[in-house]
Structure formats: structure tokens, C-alpha cells
Write a protein of this length. Structure first.
Length: 166
């Protein structure tokens, strides 16, 4: 199996996992997040499939962080309530973080061994997006496991009067 074939398998597994996780998550923000990341993974799969077929890459420039920010902005009222996440929900986020971390490491190795500039560029782009996915899941895990502390750290300007250095 070459790097593209392995990447296709990884993305396919991620799509399946994120759909299953979304189906199990009770909190609307978590559910929407898994579905949004699943769409990113579907886009990755399509790009990898195009390369596998020898086609030109047809992809739009997407920012996972921007997409998730939109999700949070749309659902901010729901986020203001204390969330009691179940052990299963927290475990889903831990698994997602692990998957994304493995993806970053795999794509780093693949970029180093890429045979063409097009493949190297693709792997470098996937590294960036998978790292953003990891950051999103890690932040959400922190939010769900300790909502009060999350608000204290993420919304520090409320506590310190808005100065970034205070």
C-alpha cells in the first residue's frame, strides 16, 4: 500500500467514526462539530481519490477553524449552559484527538517521502487541517470536561477587563 492508499483508508475510517460519534453525542454543539469535521474528511477523501486516479486536484481552500467558529457562533446560546458530558462522549473526543494526532504524524512522514511536488503540497495541507481538527477536539474536550475552567481560560477578557496581557 502506498501513502495515498493508506491516507484514503484513514480518511474513510475517520468519516465513519465521526458519523458514529455524532449519532451518539447528546450535546448539540458536539454533534455539529463531529459532523462538520466529517465533511472536512470527506473533502480530503475526494482529493486523495482524485490523485489516486491521476486527476488534477480540484479543491477549494477551506479553514476548519473558521468552519468550527461558525458552528460555535450559531450555537453560542446553547454553549452558555453548563454541560454534563457523559463518559462515552468524552471518550469519543479522546479517540478523535488520537486519530487526528496519528493523521498529522502519518502525513508528516508522507510529505517527507512524497514523489511529486503535488503530493508533498497535499500532505502539507492535510497536516495543517488535521492539526486544526486536533486543536478543535482538544478545546472541546476541555470545554465538556470542565466548562467553568474553559470559560475562565477561553474568555479571560471577561475576567480581566479585556487586556490580553492581564
Amino acid at each position: 500500500m502506498n501513502a495515498i492508499e493508506i491516507a484514503i483508508k484513514m480518511e474513510t475510517d475517520a468519516i465513519k467514526f465521526y458519523q458514529e460519534a455524532a449519532d451518539k453525542i447528546a450535546h448539540a454543539v458536539g454533534k455539529k462539530m463531529f459532523l462538520t469535521i466529517r465533511e472536512d474528511e470527506k473533502r480530503h477523501l475526494e482529493i486523495l481519490s482524485q490523485i489516486m486516479k491521476g486527476l488534477e486536484i480540484k479543491s477549494k481552500d477551506v479553514s476548519p477553524m473558521k468552519n468550527i467558529k461558525t458552528v460555535f457562533e450559531e450555537m453560542k446560546d446553547e454553549m452558555l449552559h453548563k454541560v454534563e458530558a457523559t463518559t462515552d462522549e468524552l471518550e469519543a473526543f479522546k479517540i478523535a484527538m488520537s486519530m487526528e494526532k496519528e493523521g498529522v504524524e502519518f502525513y508528516k512522514k508522507s510529505a517527507e517521502g512524497a514523489k511529486t511536488g503535488k503530493e508533498k503540497n497535499l500532505f502539507e495541507r492535510l497536516i495543517k487541517e488535521e492539526q486544526q481538527h486536533y486543536d478543535i477536539f482538544a478545546n472541546t474536550y476541555f470545554f465538556l470536561s470542565d466548562t467553568g475552567s474553559w470559560f475562565m481560560w477561553e474568555e479571560h477578557s471577561i475576567v480581566d477587563g479585556g487586556t490580553p496581557w492581564a
